[in-house]
Design a protein around this ligand. Structure first.
Ligand code: PHE
Length: 475
């Protein structure tokens, strides 16, 4: 069936190209910037354990479902859902699942680009030797000066958004495929090098303990405004939300990439490779950062600035640190770049399909919109940094507008999108269709996938949602 449909946007040149592009989408700021700081904020080991469990039992099956739906529909997620719903004899309202994803991608890119802008800014700072022999205070100050200056942030955000739109405008195979091929292995090598540095010079054992010794008290108990402890599932939701975020799931990015996947490629195998690469990068980032945090009495829960306050310090004190520092931030920029293009691809593909405008035009329109929305994030690091819109709610008491935007997208919109994708893939779509598209050759594999997506994934997502909302309370 799927062989009859063709994507008007073209196809990946090979299975390897798809793996690179999807890994490029998955590996990004989520792994290197976000994973360490949210692990720090949520107490370490237990958080990591829940995150890993979510990758395995929720992330992997949903990624397979998304690729499968994308390849079968061969259009933007909105139109894919529309087509597949008709094919299954169900309501075309399923297309709104595609809209939810487009909205999530738009909102995520609006802040993603701001943070990626920090990475670009740090290429310059590292190159000019700012960090050579710098003390922890100096390194911290460089960060504070950057984020407290809206003009600088706007400049870097604009640059990054332009870079993103440039690639999106050029289409599916337009050059980035090659860049990813080089950049991903290089990023990996630098991370391993950094872990090596941290092993020798940081508090490595303490970091390993922190990351891998589960302390469930630290995950479930938080302090309220009066210094009193309260119990909440919020940390679990953040771990689950991050599993979606880091694998680019729940908003159609992987679905639209799947729509460019040649027939006959094993979806299960490619998913496994992508998820594994993504997880390894996140764990390496943690192992590089926390030893430096603990050796220098930095706060593991210091928030979004964590990697910018730790890694430059390491670069400033190691042999060849300027070179490695520059390289690292270039690679981080690339990792963010290959993710950001996938955040807008669902919207751009839809504009091309339904409004009939060119890819270039579609990229410019979405880019301008995301750029403007990004100003909200920029201001919440400086002029609006004291605005905590939901400070009346315990779990949101310290959250800025940026924090809330991140929370809404990663912890609510993506898991909700993922939940609906799971429901569609196994309750709406026919068994024959999914079996044919996944083509696993091995009946046990298909049965396991179906069981996970049918029962485990939706139930797990619902349990976490209901607990955070306080509708049920498992203690
Ligand atoms: N997976 C990306 C990262 O970890 C972010 C992303 C989320 C990209 C959702 C696409 C879709 O940085």
């Amino acid at each position: 069936m799927s062989g009859q449909r063709e994507s008007i946007h073209g196809q990946w040149s090979s299975r390897g190209a798809f793996i690179l592009a999807a890994t490029g989408s998955a590996v990004g700021l989520g792994n290197i910037w976000k994973f360490p700081y949210i692990t720090g904020e949520n107490g370490g080991g237990a958080f990591v354990l829940v995150y890993l469990a979510c990758i395995a039992i929720i992330g992997v099956p949903i990624m397979m479902a998304e690729i499968m739906l994308g390849r079968r529909g061969r259009q933007s997620p909105i139109n894919t859902m529309h087509t597949l719903a008709i094919e299954a004899g169900h309501s075309t309202n399923w297309q709104y699942l595609g809209w939810l994803g487009v909205a999530a991608g738009f909102l995520i890119l609006s802040y993603y680009s701001v943070i990626a802008g920090w990475a670009v800014a740090y290429v310059v700072r590292a190159a000019s030797g700012t960090f050579t022999n710098a003390s922890v205070e100096v390194v911290k100050n460089v960060f504070i000066q950057l984020v407290s200056d809206p003009e600088k942030l706007i400049a870097w955000h604009s640059l990054f958004m332009l870079m993103t739109m440039f690639v999106v405008a050029r289409g599916v195979q337009g050059g980035l495929e090659k860049a990813v091929r080089l950049m991903m292995p290089a990023l990996f090598v630098i991370l391993v090098l950094l872990v090596g540095y941290s092993m020798q010079n940081g508090a490595f054992a303490k970091a390993v303990d922190f990351l891998f010794k589960p302390d469930f008290h630290a995950l479930f108990y938080h302090l309220d405004g009066h210094g009193k402890e309260y119990f909440s599932w919020n940390g679990v939701l953040i771990a689950m939300g991050h599993a979606f975020f880091t694998l680019s799931l729940g908003m159609g990015a992987i679905m639209v990439y799947g729509s460019y996947l040649p027939n006959g490629t094993s979806i299960a195998q490619t998913t496994f490779v992508i998820a594994l690469a993504d997880t390894v990068v996140a764990l390496l980032a943690g192992l590089a950062i926390f030893p430096i945090v603990f050796a220098n009495n930095l706060e593991p829960d210091s928030g979004p600035g964590l990697i910018f306050n730790t890694l430059p310090f390491a670069f400033g004190h190691m042999e060849g640190g300027t070179l490695f520092g520059v390289l690292f931030f270039i690679l981080l920029t690339f990792a963010a770049w290959t993710s950001s293009i996938s955040l807008v691809e669902p919207a751009v593909a839809w504009l091309v399909e339904n409004i009939g405008i060119s890819r270039v035009r579609a990229a410019v329109i979405t880019g301008l919109g995301c750029w403007a929305a990004g100003l909200v994030t920029i201001f919440s690091f400086n002029v609006w940094s004291d605005i905590k819109p939901l400070s009346g709610i315990k779990i949101f008491k310290d959250k800025t507008i940026f924090d809330l935007l991140d929370y809404l997208t990663a912890n609510i919109m993506l898991p909700l999108g993922g939940l609906l994708i799971a429901i569609f893939a196994v309750w709406i779509m026919s068994r024959e269709a999914s079996m044919e598209e996944l083509d696993m050759g091995n009946r046990f594999g298909y049965k396991l996938w179906r069981f996970l997506v049918r029962y485990i994934t939706p139930v797990a997502v619902m349990i976490v949602f209901l607990n955070v909302l306080g509708i049920i309370s498992l203690k």
